[in-house]
Design a protein around this ligand. Sequence first.
Ligand code: HC0
Ligand code: SF4
Length: 569
Amino acid sequence: MCKVTIDGITVQAPEGSTILDAAKLAGVDIPTLCFMKEINEIGSCRVCVVEVEGEDALAAACNTCVFDGMAARTSTPRVIAARRANVETILATHRSECTTCKRSGTCALQVVANGCNATDLERDPDYKFEAWDETFPLQRDATKCIRCMRCVAECAKVQQCAVWEVSGPAAHRGVRVAGGADIASANCALCGQCVTHCPTGALTARDDTSKVLAALADPQVITVVQVAPAIRSAWGEGVGVPREEATQGRMVSALRALGFDRVYDTDFAADLTIMEEANEFIEWVKSEKPRPMFTSCCPGWVRFAKQHYPQFVGQLSTSKSPHEMLGATAKALMSQEAYEQGKRVFVVSVMPCIAKKYEAGVPQLSTEAGPDVDAVLTTREFDRMLRMLNVNCADLPEGDFDDPLGLSTGAGTLFGRTGGVMEAALRSAAFFLTGEKPDFSTCDTTAATPERPWVDKTLDIAGMQLRIAIASGLSNTAVLLDALEAGTASYDFVEIMACPGGCVGGGGQPIAFNQELASERAAVLNALDGADTLRFSHENPDIKALYDRLLGEPLSEKAEELLHTNQAE
Ligand code: HC0
Ligand code: SF4
């Protein structure tokens, strides 16, 4: 232990702690920009500088280790002047357009610049504009990049993709797509983790709000909105409603306040996915097909598999992801009504995800009624629309989803967190195999977390030993896939979600600087499941009604036509 004094407060800090760690123990807040614990500790922005007693040079608190007897000051006149000068240097090449920037209000640079009263700006007018494909779901504005390298570190170390690289000589250091490639041809999974870890507006998602507003204003269009499981755990964050008040019912009312004609629930379609995928899995385990079968509902994972592990692509489930299933089903059910009214159906998915914007445009994910989904909004875009339309979210009444695609079970809700798809599938697969409902603890997957490379268990169901595994985050995924490839691990069914923690930690979720909220949001979904009177997808009465009315039975010809696709194509 080291005895360390920060601003006169003495603490005992473990050997190897940084000044930033010690300050945290002392309850002293030191601003940071580029720092991400254990991921990006390069001390490049110099915003966290402090004065160490007996040392001439100021030290970066994020990567300077403490020693026994150290005394540091975090806000002396010299520190404040240096911090301010460092921020002004960053601002000199940053195209500040805070009134219109997507990150206004959640920008860490804005907070730090305000906090040190940065005003003495010598602007460099030669902003480094960069050509960018504006149709791509991931957008970059190089003039707002502050060269903190957080995206480079997050993408390489947490997500294994290494899409970004440091470029140029030290004096003109920048970030670019690796090898100077075009983003569309880079191996980007579109998980959006670089966006949620960017401190400014340099990295954003393509904005599709105008397209949705145009559909809402068009009298020839019937607008259908569906909302992903993970949205109900986070939508309040961007409109200032505390988590406990940002209920599912208020979320429904908020969507209605935006003017959508039908408000449906992707959770319903998650139950539908389970009906198809659990039956697909049962057929799989009874066959000689190679193991394991992989879930395929996360398009970030599907892209990653195609780019880095093509040998496993043929083992992806053919079941479409829930929001695609809901879009295809809604269009099939509503086609007659729309025809009679001389209108067309426009399906909008509100998702915690950037890759879903890509998925909606995949040609195979359409039927003769057109694309399953016409537009995807992130949680941040949903919140932005609520602010635009001045919806008073805190005062909204509790609303109910519309029939017939609105009723869901707790199993469907669990899809939004790591392990949830597996747990929901096992609950129903065990029932289909044995005719009895399994104990919830048999299928429990709450041990899966963003931090663990993967979790696994073996279930004894109907005399079969079923080996399952779950991973989230693409570096974790790579460890698991390498073990499968090497033969050191072997499973029957594997769930992969690209974002750490699953969709609750998705790249389209509200951004809170340096806070990883996936576990907190997952707890909301676990509580909704626990409180639900329906907890098995196959017990959803509206799912049964949909099979009676339209689909026949799981894996039927009609189900194959609307609800399945071949990802290997
Ligand atoms: Fe997800 Fe989904 S659970 S991928 O994370 O499967 O985006 O929340 O909507 O489609 O249901 C995202 C979240 C979904 C889909 C569902 C799946
Ligand atoms: Fe999208 Fe969820 Fe996959 Fe992340 S984990 S890429 S949010 S589907």
